[in-house]
Design a protein around this ligand. Structure first.
Ligand code: MN
Length: 471
């Protein structure tokens, strides 16, 4: 499958060259490599190789479907749909949030989002070749949409990478300054934590707990954000996790044993103490025990304790989760899949389903409530105007609802409607992803009383009623 996809991508992109001088096909290749590093299945990796063959290459959708089957064709098409969503002028939180949700709704299959995130990561890595205005626009979209999206999906490593890749394009002066000032702070923190790493490891071994101790450097963008906080006001002394320690062990019970060892070596800091995200995971599925202790020279150091599996999930989030559930359900068929002799059962993991399955232990937290509100989005439709503007309409909405959502005036000039290029009745129910075109009458066209039976939005109903009353 992979070889076939690679050959197909090379053919589709030909000798097309990107702005940075690479052959175009290097981009889908790098995208696929990222997906492989996130441990995604072969279907997703193949979709990564093929993701631009139709939109930017010479392939047509029928070729793709015939050669690779409908599952991969659907994934590739989904990536294109998500890529065509436009981030328009407004940067209001509400708008950005709904765009993020829209991506998830439009994606149908979470794997589309993984391909999109890998695509975006590589585009950010090669952003230097683009003109300045494009750099800023793409970096802003990455920081506002794709980094938070990967955070929602629990993909901590991807989030950190996207943020650090965007940072220098959006805040070049702050970036340069921080790189300079943070250098010696990173170095000093590293020196302290390295001593601790050894001590902890020796004591784990004494208690016969197998594990690893790692140091993790806080990534630049998140360091900058933290320094900007009022209570920190640029003071490095107040940041306790510039370099944090990670203790990785095999089992959950070992996590608590390791916590005991850490606290016997270093006194925990009383007021800011322990967070047990194993007993109470974060809404995005993150699990770990965090504790703050007094390290060498009284320096406060954060220690994060988790199992190897939790670590994998914290780095790759939903991707890791997806890979696990796939491995479990796939089982013996793997060899067949690998050889391309079988295809995966189409397993539509929706965002909401994923989320709910992670959440069942923390049903009382406020964050959880916030998270399940996504559920409401399953009943929303995101439809497009012919020039790509997006409208969020409730389920059951018709072209009449759409027209009134665009502009009240348009509502009074409806002579007909097209959905995805085809004429439809005005009672037609719209679906997410539909492109809706209202055929406009030259003169005002009276709304019909019958429309009231099919419209679902308050705006449309109110306008129609008002018109009929006046009449
Ligand atoms: Mn691409």
């Amino acid at each position: 499958m992979l070889i076939k996809a690679w050959e197909f991508a090379k053919l589709a992109h030909g000798d097309h060259v990107r702005k940075n001088g690479d052959l175009y096909v290097v981009h889908p290749l790098e995208t696929a490599i990222l997906l492989a590093q996130w441990h995604l299945d072969v279907t997703t990796i193949v979709s990564g190789l093929l993701h631009d063959t139709v939109e930017d290459g010479g392939a047509n959708p029928e070729d793709l479907k015939e050669t690779f089957g409908s599952e991969i064709a659907t994934l590739v098409n989904g990536v294109t749909t998500v890529s065509n969503l436009r981030l328009k002028g407004s940067h209001e939180d509400m708008f950005v949030e709904s765009l993020r949700k829209m991506i998830l709704v439009m994606a149908h299959d979470l794997r589309v989002v993984f391909v999109k995130l890998a695509d975006r990561t590589h585009n950010m890595q090669t952003l230097a070749a683009l003109p300045e205005d494009k750099q800023r626009k793409i970096a802003r979209e990455t920081l506002e949409i794709f980094a938070p999206l990967s955070e929602r999906l629990g993909m901590g490593a991807v989030k950190a990478q996207l943020e650090d890749l965007s940072f220098p394009y959006l805040y070049p002066d702050d970036y340069k300054k921080l790189v300079k000032v943070s250098e010696k702070n990173y170095a000093q923190a590293k020196e302290h934590t390295e001593k601790m790493m050894n001590e902890i490891l020796v004591n784990l071994q004494k208690e016969q707990i197998e594990g690893k101790v790692l140091g993790r450097q806080k990534h630049l963008y998140s360091l900058w954000k933290k320094l900007e906080r009022d209570e920190i006001a640029g003071d490095f002394e107040k940041i306790h996790d510039i370099v944090a320690l990670r203790v990785l062990v095999d089992r959950v019970a070992d996590c608590y044993a390791a916590l005991g060892i850490v606290h016997s070596l270093y006194k925990p800091v009383p007021s800011i103490g322990i967070s047990d995200f194993i007993a109470q995971p974060k809404p995005n599925g993150y699990r770990s025990i965090h504790t703050k202790v007094f390290g060498p020279e009284g320096r406060i150091v954060e220690v994060q304790i988790r199992t190897f599996q939790m670590h994998e999930e914290a780095e790759h989030g939903a991707a890791a989760h997806w890979a696990y559930s796939e491995a479990k359900s796939g089982g013996a068929k793997d060899a067949l899949l690998e050889s391309g002799k079988a295809t995966l059962p189409s397993q539509k993991l929706t965002w909401v389903k994923e989320l709910v399955s992670w959440q069942d232990q923390i049903s009382d937290s406020e964050e959880f409530l916030k998270a399940v509100k996504f559920d409401a989005f399953q009943h929303r439709n995101f439809v497009f105007s012919p020039n790509g503007d997006v409208y969020d309409l409730p389920s059951g909405a018709t072209p009449v609802d759409f027209a009134f959502a665009v502009h009240t005036n348009l509502g009074f000039y409806i002579s007909g409607a097209k959905v995805n290029g085809k004429i439809v009745p005005l009672t037609h129910k719209l679906k997410s992803g539909d492109v809706v075109e209202i055929l406009k009458a030259k003169n005002i066209h009276e709304p019909s009383r019958h429309w009231l039976e099919s419209v679902v939005t308050t705006t449309a109903r109110r306008q129609i009623n008002r018109f009929l009353h006046k009449k």
